[in-house]
Design a protein around this ligand. Structure first.
Ligand SMILES: Cc1cc2nc3c(=O)[nH]c(=O)nc-3n(C[C@H](O)[C@H](O)[C@H](O)COP(=O)(O)OP(=O)(O)OC[C@H]3O[C@@H](n4cnc5c(N)ncnc54)[C@H](O)[C@@H]3O)c2cc1C
Length: 314
C-alpha cells in the first residue's frame, strides 16, 4: 500500500512511526528543510539559538509520558524547571536537546522524509489520491494530512465532506520575538500582568543543554496583539515587540544585539475539532493534528496515534 503523510510535525511523525512499526513504508512530505513544524528551533549567529514555537512539553496521559521518558533516556529531552504557563502549573516540563526540534528529530529517526516539498494539492484520482508538489505528482492509496486545519483547506477541494468540519476549527496567530543582549539581564524570571500584550517570556539560553554564554530571550505576543499586528513585516513586528520584552527584563531596546520576529499564522487552536482525526468517506484521505483535540504537542501525538490505529485497523 502506498501511503503519503503531509506534515513532519509531531502528529505526522507519530503516525509514521506506528506505521513503520507495523511494516508499512509511508513517505512524509514537508515544506520545511527539517522536521518538527511548530516544535521549532532557530539558530542565528554562533551561540544564538531560540525555541520560537512550543517552548516546552508536558504530558497529562501515561502514553505520552512514556514517550517523553524514552526520549529523555535517548538524550533527546531534558527536564526543565523554567516558568510554566498557568495552565501547566505543577506539571513536569521537558525541553528538546539541543533545541526543541531535537525531540522531533528523535521521532523522525528511520523515517522517510521528503523535505522541502510544499504540497499544493491533494485530489481524488481513481481509487487513490493524487499528491502534487513542485512540478511533481504521485498517486497514493492513502493520504494523511497533518498540518493546521486552515492550511489543509487550501490543498483539498472545498466540496469534500472533510472541508466543512475543517472550516469550524479556529486557530490563533502568535507573533514571536527572538532577542539577544550582551551581558546579564536584570530579571531572569519576569512577572507579567494580565494587561500585557505578551503571553509568554522565557530566557531560552537558561534551558538545559544550551550555550549559556549569550542571553537569548523568546517572547510570545498574546492573540489580541498578534491579530492586530499580523500583517506587519517581521522587522516591524520586532520593532514593536522589543520594548515590550525590555520592560520586563531591565534592558533598553538599544542594548539588543539581535531582534528578529517570527509570525505563526496558526499557532494553537482556539476552537478544536473535538475528535482525534477526520476521515473522508472513501477511507483514503485523513486529516489530523493538534487542532483535533486541543493546543498541545501531546494533542498532536494523540491525533497521530489515532490516525495510525485507524489505518492499521482497516
Ligand atoms: C508560539 C507557540 C507556542 C506553543 N506553546 C506550546 C506549549 O507551551 N506546549 C505545547 O505542548 N504546545 C505548544 N504549542 C503547540 C505545539 O507546537 C503544537 O501543538 C504541535 O507542535 C503541533 O504539531 P502538529 O504535528 O499537529 O503540527 P505542526 O507542527 O504544525 O506540523 C505541520 C507540518 O506541516 C508542514 N506543512 C505545512 N504546510 C505544508 C505544505 N503545503 N506542504 C508540506 N508540508 C507542509 C509544516 O512545515 C509542519 O512541519 C505552541 C505552538 C506555538 C506556535
Amino acid at each position: 500500500m502506498k501511503i503519503a503523510i503531509v506534515g513532519a510535525g509531531v502528529a505526522g511523525l507519530t503516525c509514521a512511526r506506528a506505521m513503520v512499526k507495523a511494516g508499512l513504508a509511508p513517505v512524509i512530505f514537508d515544506k520545511s528543510r527539517g522536521v518538527g513544524g511548530r516544535l521549532a528551533t532557530r539558530r542565528a549567529e554562533p551561540g544564538l539559538q531560540f525555541d520560537h514555537g512550543a517552548p516546552y512539553l508536558t504530558a497529562t496521559g501515561s502514553g505520552f509520558a512514556e514517550v517523553l521518558r524514552q526520549a529523555e533516556e535517548a538524550g533527546a529531552l531534558a527536564g526543565w524547571q523554567g516558568p510554566l504557563r498557568a495552565a501547566d502549573a505543577g506539571a513536569a516540563a521537558f525541553v528538546g536537546l539541543p533545541g526543541m526540534s531535537g525531540f522531533a528529530r528523535y521521532l523522525a529517526e528511520g523515517l522517510e522524509v521528503q523535505a522541502g516539498a510544499t504540497v499544493t494539492a491533494v485530489t481524488a484520482e481513481g481509487s487513490g489520491w493524487r499528491v502534487a508538489w513542485g512540478d511533481q505528482a504521485q498517486v497514493f492509496d492513502r493520504v494523511i494530512l497533518t498540518l493546521p486545519a486552515p492550511q489543509i483547506l487550501r490543498m483539498i477541494a472545498p466540496d469534500l465532506s472533510l472541508a466543512s468540519a475543517l472550516r469550524a476549527v479556529e486557530m490563533a496567530p502568535c507573533l514571536t520575538l527572538m532577542a539577544a543582549f550582551k551581558g546579564v539581564c536584570a530579571s531572569p524570571a519576569p512577572e507579567r500582568t494580565e494587561t500585557d500584550d505578551l503571553d509568554w517570556i522565557a530566557l531560552d539560553s537558561a534551558k538545559p543543554g544550551r550555550d549559556g554564554g549569550r542571553q537569548c530571550w523568546v517572547a510570545q505576543a498574546n492573540a489580541a496583539f498578534s491579530r492586530r499586528h499580523l500583517e506587519l513585516e517581521p522587522p516591524q513586528i520586532a520593532e514593536r515587540m522589543l520594548p515590550l520584552l525590555c520592560r520586563h527584563i531591565g534592558r533598553r531596546p538599544a542594548e539588543a544585539t539581535h531582534a528578529v520576529a517570527h509570525r505563526w499564522r496558526f499557532s494553537q487552536a482556539e476552537r478544536p475539532l473535538g475528535q482525534p482525526f477526520l476521515a473522508d468517506p472513501s477511507q483514503g484521505l485523513f486529516a489530523g493534528g493538534d487542532w483535533c483535540l486541543g493546543r498541545t504537542v501531546e494533542d498532536a501525538w494523540t491525533s497521530g496515534r489515532a490516525l495510525a490505529a485507524q489505518l492499521l485497523g482497516a
